[in-house]
Design a binder for this molecule. Structure first.
Ligand code: SF4
Length: 246
């Protein structure tokens, strides 16, 4: 795994835990609303301008902060893209220091995720559920020739994660795209694939702060709380619990 960022303290990235967050290089998607373009766009250009943290840098930091932090959130980019099976040892070392591990994923790497789960090296998984099956490529911007492969992998991840002890599916809501119909179609698809209701689902409002991948997103309005609440009511039949994050 190639680590390009470390946030030393986060009270929001790992639910109900005090955590640090590490940011991994690269992503196979190009969501226009992505708030981490430096990890996605620059990744396509190479690693020349980025600070890279070694495994040792991170472990030394974690060793010092053991008393103050509960967990490590591993995010990106898409952290599983650059994850190698040799990184299982890195995860083992993090766990041996007493930390919980959360992984944020776009669902494209179910085999890697399965391996991490089978070794007991993750405690919480957050899956970005971006759109209905039919509309997924419009948001994630993978090519139509790659569509069925990407969808198959995301469906596999939905199945794996929905059986995991602690997880959430979450959607960044764009008002121009996530109509009521679209959101219901997305949840119908996810629950059909999982074979059960979503245990925990979060609707996150789109925000314009910071850099975004696509300049077209400058026209997109920020998502208001009332709209998130309306969607939360609509998706309740498909979820055991629904949160909104404004
Ligand atoms: S999947 Fe996540 S990291 Fe990748 S482009 Fe989309 S929002 Fe950004």
């Amino acid at each position: 795994m190639i680590i390009c960022g470390l946030q030393k303290l986060s009270l929001i990235d790992y639910p109900n835990k005090i955590a640090c967050t590490i940011f991994a290089y690269g992503c196979n998607f190009r969501c226009g609303f992505c708030h981490n373009p430096e990890l996605v766009i620059k990744a396509a250009e190479g690693l020349k301008t980025m600070k890279i943290y070694s495994e040792e840098d991170i472990l030394q930091f974690l060793e010092k902060r053991r008393k103050y932090l509960d967990g490590v959130c591993i995010t990106g980019g898409e952290p599983l893209q650059s994850f190698q099976y040799a990184d299982l040892k890195f995860f083992e070392k993090i766990k041996s220091l007493g930390y919980l591990i959360k992984i944020d994923t776009n669902g494209s790497f179910p085999e890697k995720l399965s391996e991490i789960i089978s070794k007991g090296l993750v405690d919480y998984i957050a899956l970005d559920l971006k759109a209905s099956k039919e509309a997924y490529s419009k948001i994630a911007e993978f090519s139509s020739s790659n569509n069925s492969n990407c969808i198959t992998k995301i469906e596999k991840s939905i199945q794996i994660i929905s059986k995991f002890k602690e997880y959430e599916f979450r959607t960044t809501v764009l008002k121009s795209f996530h109509t009521e119909k679209e959101v219901i179609e997305m949840l119908k698809w996810a629950t059909n694939v999982a074979g059960e209701k979503v245990k925990k689902y979060c609707l996150q409002g789109f925000k314009k702060s910071g850099k975004l991948i696509s300049s077209s997103m400058e026209k997109e309005p920020e998502t208001d709380e009332d709209y998130l609440k309306k969607l939360a009511e609509l998706v309740k039949p498909y979820c055991n619990s629904v949160d909104i994050r404004v």
